[in-house]
Structures are given as structure tokens and as C-alpha cells.
Design a protein around this ligand. Structure first.
Ligand SMILES: Cc1cc2nc3c(=O)[nH]c(=O)nc-3n(C[C@H](O)[C@H](O)[C@H](O)COP(=O)(O)O)c2cc1C
Length: 735
């Protein structure tokens, strides 16, 4: 809900906020430029009287001396009947250059204040500032939730590149943005009378002025007592009006000076609202605080990037959540179906279940598992259909489910049935669905049906489950659903490197590029954006089901690179390894943001074996910030299957990789990657003590061996892999 509240206003006002931010960033340069030009005497060095005397000596027709908040001195004077203005050095009275306010800055200021549309535009700018305040606060709250509490707020961030950039920039710039938005909103509120008027009230004009000749400005006692650095404005009396006086405004207040006697006639301190306004104005504009101006300007420059990354993340999430036609409102439904999915195939099954139940007369509400509500007033049953990802983890649309479950009161518990979707090739088959089932039963939710597990979207198994459900409900229920193949694009093999050709399990590094062929839908084929660690789904000929390979490259590399080992009877690996350059495969990208090194400076320990090196090499390749990365990798034989040998040595040379440890199992001193970890135990303990994280990629036997080894190694620190996993510091991509 909060995410929606954060996203929707952002999408609506993003263009307006971007205009405010970019114009604000441009204007933030102004105080710094002015400060650079201004001549600033030391405090106590120069009185207003002396400075005015110097200036009048150079500019006898002086009408007004004005100082900007940054300290520049502007003199308005009349010469030969023509008004003019000049920037001066107040110590000497010499002119520096004619004063010509920049038409560009004035235009930018108008755009910033009112979108060039007068009062209506000012109102819109004020509302946009209020929205920006809300976006900052809701953004911080979302980040706190995502990072698991305030204490973890500055921890490295995980997720897709867009999400990481959005959170990282937001975290850096939020204070500057909040300050700009709150102060801007305040000034708008004052302008529209929502807060007390802050204009400077002038004391009443003196009714009597001393008779006699006017003294030279340098002799006026009141001005001799005032320090020039406090001066804001000094207006000279009209030469032809004997009743006129000097008007003066300083940081201490406003008053009048008798031009004959030099005495202070009236002087009033500014009222509180106007002092507050002056302070807020300085904080908003950086006038007189040029360094703050530049900081705020930098903060404002993040807004376009935040808007774009935010919009991109929203669009991606939206695309990942299929439409739910004919879903009854949650309040009215008698049957609730909640879906945990990442690749969307589970939605297809859920849609079929929904349609069949609706046909049988049920009022069915269909939503994500993250959409679990604390109560469904009319519901009598709950179905949970969920996939499993990572190490038995929740898919994206179920990541908040268990937390939400805690909030459901006892009297709202419903009879439920869990249907897990998974793949027996993974070590933890349907683990997340099992976790959900355990959580519900341990909380005492009544079970409508025992849980069932569907392997690789098997439609017969789904149909059998449907028949059993029909019996439980006392209706005839026929569920006919065949998984829809994800939309694929042709990719052409452009390069291959072959390893271990003589062995029983050869490996190839394959590089693909989107082919120019027109797809059946008529699109020119394009591949989506991806990063190392994402998955390339490949559908081998004669199969409906894709096989997934971890990507070793990102979009910027211009190729989709994967490492493939030949599996005995492996339909897809067999197909891929016999491809020749120029051949094409049908494929798609599945994002896998859970498996990425966190950004920042903390060390990253990469551990893999065999083809598991693919994404790890991809992470190292992109490590331009030289985050300390340590690679432990196990192969069979250094002569025949040392994947990425040359590239890894290049990465070591340019410090993208800090240390490389290899283990080979088919040599005389047979050695496994776990042995290398044990041999390097004390360094690993140091790395983990300094906030390091571990990413493991490869087969499940290697992964469980590595886990055991690390539990031993980290025992003296009182840390185990389970704890690291819970902290998001131990990530696995295991197959
Ligand atoms: C990266 C990845 C990790 C997976 N991990 C597991 C797993 O640990 N256990 C499991 O049973 N299935 C696992 N699967 C299989 C999916 O859960 C299964 O294909 C499911 O049907 C996908 O549903 P969805 O398309 O709705 O997300 C994984 C699939 C992928 C792509």
C-alpha cells in the first residue's frame, strides 16, 4: 500500500518535480558565483558610513547601496539624468563591473517559482514541493522496511541495477531534497496566506526632520556605529526633498537616519515571522550559504535519475503482475486465491482455477500473496499457489506474505489449501510452498486440503489436484491448463569457447546476440536488459519447458554469455553444445535480482565450481569501482577446463579481482574448493568481520560442501551460514 502511495504521486507529478529540481540545481550555482565575485571586508573593519563615503566619492549620484545575501555590494546611481547600477568594492568605493542581472537566471527563477504561469503556477509549484516532501518520507520508510530496520539503513543494497541506483541515490540525497522541499513548501504557504505574513513592516516615517544643511554621509554618527557586514540596504534621501531621510535595513532591523544630525530616528527589529522567513529563504536558496546551495543543487540533480529509475522499476513490476480480469473485490469474495510468482507461469494456473470456480458460482478474488489482507469478511476458503526461488525463498510477489500473515487476527483464519509450483532439479523442491503451509498450520489455520507440489508446471498433476479439490468442495471441477511458454526471441550464437573436449563432461562458453530475424509477432527481435546473475531461459526444440542458464554478461557487454556443461541425456545442454556459430536458439531473459553482490566497499567472496564461474566472472568484469572481490573456484583439470583463465588474470592485474584461489580435482594433488576455503580460513574470517558477503554458484553438492566448510571456518566468530543468509550476506545460485 505504502509503495503504491509512493509510486502514484511520483508518476503523476514527476515532470513538474523534475522541472523544479533542474531549475533549482541551476540556481544553486548563483550564490556560489556571487560569493566568488564579492569583496567581503572583515567584521569591524568597515563602517556603513566609511563605505558609503568611499562609494559617494566615486559615484556622486548614489541613490541606494544594496548588499546581496552573498555579500556583493550593488550601487544604484544617477549620472547625467540616467539611472545605472554597478557592483563595487566597498573598501575602496571602486566599481568592479556594471551590474546587469542575468536574464537567463531570471527566466530560470520564474520557471522554478511559477512554471512561468503567475500565481496559478506558484500554487502548482507549492503542491509539487508538498508531494516531494511526501515522496522523501515514504521513500525512507520503504527503504527502512526493505533493509530490515533503521540500523541496517546504510547497509549495501541488493536488487536490480535500477532499484539499487534508486535506493542508493535516494539515501544520499534525501536530506537535501527534504530541506529543499520543506523550505519551498513553507515559502509557498506564506505566499498564499496559509502561514503568517512575513513581509518586513517598516516603522512609521518620521514626522519631523532637523533643519539645516545635510552632513556628508561619512559623518553621520548612526552610520558610523554600524558595521558594513550587517548592512542590507541603504536608501539615500531625495536631494530636492528637505523632509526626506536615510532609510536603512540591517540584519538587526529597519529604521531611519536624520541626514542633518546623523542620529537614528527610529529603528525596529524585524517581527518573528519575517526573521523565520529570512532564515528559511536562505536555507532554500543558499543565498549567503553558498556551500549549502551547492549541496542542495547536487541533491536536486538526483531527482531526474530518481524519477526515471523509479518509473522503470514501477513499469517492470507492473509488467510482472499480469492483469486479473473478473476478480471479485476482496470484501465481497467467498473464495480467495493468492499467488506467489516471479516468472508469471503460476498466474496462468491461478487464472484457470479462478475461471473454473467462478463458473461453478463462486465469487473469487485473485491477488498476489503480498496482497494478503488482515481479513476477508465474506470469504470461506483461501488458496495459495506459489512458486519457489533461490534457496527455498519466496518469489517476488510473495516476499511480504509471512510478515502479513502475522497480522491476521484469529477469528479471520480461513480453511486453506497450498499448491506449490517448483522444479525437482532444485535442491529445495517447492520449499517456499512448504514453509507457507507450515506457517499456516502452526498458527492453527484449518486445512481444507493437504498441500500438493507441482513439478515443472505439470498440467496433469494440476488437473488431478483440481479433481480432488472438486471432491472437497462437493462440485465437479475440471482444471485444464497448459503452461504458456514465455515469449521468446531468437538469439544467434556468435562465438563459442570449448573446454574439456576429451572429458566425459565438456563445457562451452557460448556468446549470443539478438538475431535480426523478424519474430513471429512481427517485432524486430530485441533482447531485454539484463545483468550478470540474471537467467537466460532457453527452450530446446521439441520441448515446451525452458531450461535456465545464469548469465555471465550484462547488456552493456553486447552479448548474452552463458557457460554450459554437457549433461548425460540433457536435452538442452546437448542441443546447445552442438550449435555452430550462426545458429539460433529461442530464448528469453528472467531477472534474478536476488543474486547480485551488494554495492559499496564491503568485500565480496565469490565461490563456485565448474560452470558456476559464469555469473561470478560477470560480477568481476563489471567491478569498475574496485570493490574488494575474492574468487574461490574449483575445476577438474587446469590444462583442459580452466574457464576464463586469461580474463581472470587480466582482472587481477587491473584490481577488479583482489585474489584468485583455484582448486582442481583431477590432478595429482586433487583438491576441492572447500579445501581452499579451509586453507584461507583466517582471511575469510577477517573479510566477514569487516562486513563481507558471500555468493556461491554451482552444483548443489559443491554448495552444501561449501556451506559446511564455512560453518566450521566461521565458528570462532560465533557466526554461521544460516545467520548470514538471514542477514542477506550469503547468496546462492545453485542447480
Ligand atoms: C532461478 C530459479 C530458482 C528456482 N529455485 C527453485 C527452488 O529452489 N525450488 C523449486 O522447487 N523450484 C525452483 N525453481 C523453479 C520455479 O519455482 C518453477 O519453475 C515455478 O513453476 C516458476 O513459477 P513462476 O513462473 O510463477 O515464477 C526455480 C526457478 C528459477 C528460475
Amino acid at each position: 500500500m505504502l509503495r503504491k502511495l509512493h509510486t502514484l504521486p511520483a508518476l503523476v507529478v514527476s515532470v513538474l518535480v523534475m522541472v523544479l529540481a533542474v531549475t533549482g540545481a541551476i540556481m544553486s550555482l548563483h550564490p556560489a558565483l556571487e560569493h566568488h565575485q564579492a569583496v567581503l571586508p572583515d567584521d569591524g573593519q568597515l563602517s556603513v558610513a566609511r563605505a558609503a563615503q568611499n562609494i559617494v566619492a566615486q559615484y556622486p549620484g548614489t541613490d541606494q547601496i544594496k548588499r546581496t545575501a552573498s555579500g556583493s555590494t550593488i550601487v544604484y546611481f544617477t549620472r547625467n539624468g540616467q539611472p545605472d547600477a554597478v557592483l563595487v568594492n566597498p573598501v575602496t568605493g571602486d566599481g568592479i563591473e556594471p551590474y546587469r542581472p542575468s536574464a537567463f537566471f531570471r527566466w530560470v527563477k520564474d520557471l522554478h517559482r511559477s512554471f512561468l504561469s503567475g500565481d496559478a503556477g506558484r500554487g502548482v509549484a507549492g503542491l509539487s514541493a508538498a508531494v516531494l516532501v511526501f515522496l522523501c518520507l515514504s521513500g525512507v520508510w520503504l527503504l527502512v522496511k526493505r533493509m530490515g530496520g533503521w540500523r541496517n539503513l546504510m547497509r549495501p543494497i541488493r536488487g536490480s541495477a535500477g532499484q539499487r541506483l534508486h535506493s542508493q541515490l535516494g539515501r544520499i540525497a534525501v536530506l537535501a531534497l527534504l530541506l529543499s522541499a520543506v523550505t519551498g513548501g513553507y515559502m509557498s504557504a506564506v505566499r498564499f496566506g496559509l502561514l503568517p505574513d512575513a513581509s518586513l513592516s517598516e516603522p512609521p516615517f518620521p514626522s519631523r526632520v532637523s533643519d539645516g544643511n545635510r552632513a556628508p554621509v561619512g559623518d553621520l554618527a548612526a552610520l558610523q556605529r554600524m558595521d558594513f557586514n550587517q548592512l542590507q540596504d541603504l536608501v539615500f534621501p531625495y536631494p530636492d526633498d528637505p523632509q526626506d531621510v536615510y532609510s536603512i535595513t540591517t540584519t538587526a532591523g529597519t529604521g531611519y537616519v536624520d541626514p542633518v544630525t546623523g542620529s537614528l530616528m527610529r529603528f525596529e527589529e524585524p517581527p518573528l515571522p519575517s526573521s523565520v522567513y529570512a532564515l528559511i529563504y536562505r536555507l532554500h536558496t543558499g543565498e549567503g550559504l553558498w556551500w549549502l546551495g551547492l549541496l542542495l543543487g547536487f541533491g536536486a540533480l538526483t531527482v531526474p535519475v530518481l524519477s526515471m529509475t523509479g518509473a522503470f522499476t514501477w513499469w517492470r513490476r507492473r509488467r510482472a503482475h499480469p492483469k486479473r480480469p473478473n476478480s471479485t473485490a476482496a470484501q465481497e469474495a467467498d473464495t480467495i486465491i493468492l499467488v506467489g510468482s516471479q516468472g508469471n507461469t503460476t498466474w496462468g494456473f491461478a487464472g484457470t482455477l479462478q475461471a473454473s470456480l467462478a463458473q461453478a458460482g463462486y465469487r473469487v478474488h485473485l491477488s498476489t500473496m503480498n496482497g494478503l489482507q488482515p481479513g476477508y469478511p465474506n470469504a470461506q476458503r483461501l488458496f495459495l499457489l506459489t512458486a519457489t526461488y533461490g534457496d527455498g525463498d519466496a518469489p517476488d510477489s510473495a516476499s511480504e506474505f509471512l510478515k502479513r500473515l502475522d497480522k491476521v487476527p484469529e477469528h479471520r483464519r480461513l480453511p486453506y489449501a497450498v499448491l506449490g509450483f517448483g522444479d525437482r532439479q532444485f535442491p529445495n523442491f517447492c520449499q517456499y510452498a512448504r514453509t507457507v503451509d507450515d506457517a499456516l498450520s502452526s498458527k492453527g489455520w484449518p486445512q481444507l486440503m493437504a498441500p500438493e507440489w507441482i513439478d515443472r508446471q505439470n498440467s496433469q498433476a494440476f488437473s488431478r489436484w483440481g479433481s480432488r479439490l472438486g471432491l472437497a468442495l462437493g462440485i465437479g471441477l475440471e482444471l485444464t491448463h497448459t503452461a504458456v511458454r514465455p515469449p521468446t526471441r531468437p538469439m544467434t550464437l556468435i562465438e563459442r569457447e570449448d573446454y574439456g573436449e576429451d572429458s566425459d563432461a565438456p563445457i562451452s562458453v557460448l556468446r549470443f546476440r539478438p538475431s535480426d530475424r523478424i519474430t513471429p509477432s512481427g517485432d524486430r527481435s530485441r533482447s531485454g536488459t539484463f545483468e550478470a546473475g540474471d537467467l537466460m531461459g532457453i527452450v530446446p526444440p521439441g520441448s515446451e519447458l525452458p531450461r535456465y542458464y545464469s548469465l555471465a554478461s550484462s547488456t552493456e557487454d553486447g552479448v548474452a554469455e552463458i557457460c554450459v556443461r554437457k549433461h548425460e541425456h540433457g536435452l538442452c545442454s546437448g542441443h546447445l553444445l552442438q550449435l555452430a556459430v550462426g545458429d539460433t536458439v529461442e530464448s528469453f531473459i528472467q531477472h534474478n535480482p536476488q543474486f547480485r553482490p551488494a554495492t559499496g566497499k564491503s568485500p565480496v567472496v565469490l565461490i563456485g565450481a565448474g560452470t558456476g564461474i559464469g555469473p561470478l566472472a560477470g560480477f568481476i568484469r563489471r567491478n569498475r569501482s574496485h570493490q574488494p572481490m575474492y574468487l574461490y573456484w574449483g575445476g577438474r583439470n587446469p590444462q583442459s577446463d580452466f574457464l576464463y583463465r586469461d580474463a581472470l588474470h587480466d582482472y587481477l592485474a587491473d584490481r577488479r579481482l583482489h585474489a584468485l584461489n583455484t582448486a582442481f580435482s583431477r590432478t595429482q594433488q586433487a583438491c576441492y574448493v572447500q579445501d581452499k576455503l579451509h586453507a584461507d580460513a583466517s582471511r575469510l574470517r577477517d573479510l566477514m568481520t569487516s562486513g563481507g558477503q558471500i555468493l556461491v554458484c554451482g552444483g548443489r553438492d559443491m554448495a552444501s560442501g561449501v556451506m559446511e566448510a564455512l560453518d566450521d571456518i566461521l565458528a570462532p566468530l560465533d557466526v554461521d551460514v544460516r545467520t548470514l543468509k538471514a542477514q542477506g550476506r550469503y547468496l546462492e545460485d545453485v542447480y
